[in-house]
Write a protein that binds this ligand. Sequence first.
Ligand code: NAD
Ligand code: UD1
Length: 336
Amino acid sequence: MSLLVTGGTGYIGSHTVVELIEKGHEVVIVDNLSNSSTRVLSRIEALTGVFPTFIQADICDAKAMSDVFSQHDIEAVIHFAGLKAVGESNEIPLSYYQNNVSGSITLFEIMAKFNVKKLVFSSSATVYGENNISPLDESMATSATNPYGQTKLMIENILMDLAKSDTKWSIACLRYFNPIGAHASGTMGENPNGIPNNLLPYVAQVAVGRLAQLNVFGDDYDTPDGTGVRDYIHVVDLALGHIKAVEALNDLQGCQPINLGTGNGTSVLEIVKSFKAISGKDIPYAIVPRRVGDIATVFANADKALTLLNWKAVRDLNTMIEDTWRWQSQNPNGFE
Ligand code: NAD
Ligand code: UD1
């Protein structure tokens, strides 16, 4: 299949591009490089033998996006492009609504104009809000507690309405749990700007000596060791979920929300313990107050992905941490 991948030089996008090329799909990447670099393209080439077609463009730029569709024969779109930092979204909400929501509407309008109505969208488990009890399944009520989460929910709602208005649309809204890990080669991984917000890149940077200690946000949750429990999923499993989704679009009805998670929960202290054992490095940490907006336990019911996509995460936590460590230790400064 010939695919447009927006946000394809980013963390999840780049891993997905590798798997797509290895499965024989043709890929055109569009990215504005606001949170990634073209250095990843040669890493993709080294792994696959193919230097992917890359267009530096913004999804908000209707003319540039129209040019992409007129110059390339696109059958379906995987839409990763978006801003993703929860804290930042509280500070600059308009930029999040503009980039994520307006940008997505522009993309969907151009897809409609070119009669490309197959779409896989990067949603998030954040749309389950704070009031549902894990395991979370797709029938549960959705809500959002910050502008980033609102943008994901708004885009899902827009896509539901779009699919109702025109039955030719076939859409998978993939709700990711907590993507971690890196390509097994150690040549591609997550490369956050500045101080990481998420747990795994933070722990990895402590292990490699870039950061002094981890702050554990609360040890008084109602969980086995008091620290937050999450459903960590290997980025390569996640990438393979996108391939299953894109290949299933012909058979999907309308717009389907689908969880991509493992169904297992792991606490912050369990992550620290495993990372220490695998890296052989000390991970100093301090318990600090809870982070605003965090909840105790989040993990997926992943049955729908198995039923609809024949997809299941297979990489275990040790593999996720080994791959994170290989990437971090071989590339202490990311792609620089
Ligand atoms: P990322 O920041 O590494 O990748 C996103 C890419 O989109 C970047 O390369 C960035 O430059 C690009 N981009 C942003 N705005 C753009 C625009 N207007 N036009 C063109 N390109 C643009 O993030 P990621 O972790 O790979 O996440 C990919 C998607 O998955 C995002 O939509 C994110 O919200 C979603 N998601 C991520 C996580 C996670 O924990 N990483 C969890 C749930 C959902
Ligand atoms: C966060 C976002 C969520 C987003 C997801 C992926 C919040 C409130 N939620 O989810 O919307 O979809 O990232 O980008 O920001 N932790 C520490 N110390 C740290 C970092 C994290 O103790 O320095 C703990 C957290 O309290 C949590 C766990 O580690 O219990 C995982 O945190 P994180 O990686 O930020 O993911 P989420 O909070 O699940």
